[in-house]
Design a protein around this ligand. Structure first.
Ligand SMILES: *Cc1c(COP(=O)(O)O)cnc(C)c1O
Length: 349
């Protein structure tokens, strides 16, 4: 079985370094662990680093962590659906929202439980995933302030997720000014102004004034040690907390170009190859079903030449024996799939 080795100490190291870095300018980190499907072990490790809010995108993962005894403030990163409002207030302490109809449902269900669910209103700043347009913000805030079952916990923005839009000084200033405007107009205090995610790293380093931003929701930088605008390594962080290890199931010298009449392959592509003569072709037992095969990088001198649903084929510079193991670094999209595959063993080291 392929296995994913998870070095908990490296993840903890990354969490501590980032927590301390952002704290230098007064920013509190929320740890986003949706990339590891809310692994209770990883949640627990991060909590020991002095981070107290854990975020995931699925209610099922909050449930799983709670059942495993993880004690934290839980934030749901994906907008709640109407149909899950009851569960959201039951399990999550905070949710990110942009629809008043959903927030009203959260309030109703929260009242039934005698709770006050915390709501962060997401503001659209141009990346065009979730968020309310700035011109509509007053009206939603006015309606939220009338609801008894929810507390307006703050506002937030999410950039570089869908449109790849950089969280610049301009964008962060806009969010800060909206916060000022709301606090003044409605005589309220917004506890959280959440500026974004791992893509905010460059902004954080370069900005002379963080304004009102006091929170960032950080996932990939903690887990994989990279900022996400250009996927550069963040100094002092580990990028290899995760290692994918797979066994070689075939290793032969064969041509570099398929021969015969060429039609579509397993995933519907009509592949083309350049002829570099005979090569060491190595097959390992993992494929598209369990991992994004374009997001794994062998730690040996080899190049991935293709994959089907359950095989991955490498061109190795050196011969490799059948039965030996190959280690890979992984990117975020590989981590997402590996984390939820029951066919990949998770080993904590
Ligand atoms: C996934 C997510 C994050 C974390 O993003 P990273 O790039 O992993 O830091 C933050 N906020 C929201 C709303 C998200 O969906």
């Amino acid at each position: 079985m392929p296995r994913l080795e998870i070095n908990i100490n490296k993840i903890k190291h990354n969490a501590v370094v980032l927590k301390e870095l952002f704290a230098q300018k007064g920013i509190i980190v929320t740890a986003v662990i949706k990339g590891v499907a809310g692994s209770p072990k990883i949640a627990h490790a991060i909590l020991t680093c002095g981070i107290s809010t854990i975020a995931v995108s699925l209610i099922q993962n909050i449930k799983k962590m709670k059942e495993s005894g993880v004690k934290a403030e839980f934030l749901l990163t994906r907008l709640p659906a109407h149909s899950e409002a009851a569960e959201v207030v039951q399990y999550a302490d905070i949710s990110l929202n942009s629809e008043i109809s959903t927030i009203k449902r959260l309030s109703e269900h929260s009242l039934k439980l005698g709770k006050k669910h915390k709501v962060i209103v997401m503001v659209e700043l141009g990346d065009l995933r979730e968020g309310i347009l700035p011109r509509d913000i007053d009206s939603i805030i006015e309606q939220i302030l009338l609801l008894k079952g929810v507390a307006l916990h703050g506002i937030g923005a999410n950039l570089a997720c869908f449109g790849g839009v950089k969280p610049s000084d301009d964008k962060m200033n806009e969010l800060s000014q909206i916060a000022d405007h709301l606090e003044e107009k409605y005589k309220i205090k917004l506890p959280v102004i959440s500026g974004g995610n791992s893509a905010n790293y460059a902004w954080f380093l370069s900005t002379k004034d963080i304004g009102n931003i006091n929170n960032l929701r950080i996932g990939e930088a903690i887990l994989l040690g990279r900022e996400t605008l250009q996927r550069n390594k963040i100094p002092k962080l580990y990028t290899d907390a995760f290692t994918l290890i797979c066994e070689v199931i075939e290793s032969k010298i064969k041509p570099s170009v398929p021969y015969g009449e060429i039609y579509q392959n397993a995933i519907g592509d009509t592949p083309e190859f350049s002829d570099v003569g005979s090569i060491n072709r190595v097959i390992i037992g993992i494929g598209e079903q369990d991992v994004d095969t374009k997001a794994v990088i062998p730690r040996i001198d080899a190049e991935i030449i293709g994959a089907s649903s359950d095989h991955l084929i490498l061109h190795s510079k050196n011969p490799i024996e059948v039965g030996s193991e190959i280690e890979f670094d992984i990117n975020y999209s590989a981590l997402l799939r590996l984390s939820i595959s029951p066919y990949v063993k998770k080993v904590f080291v």
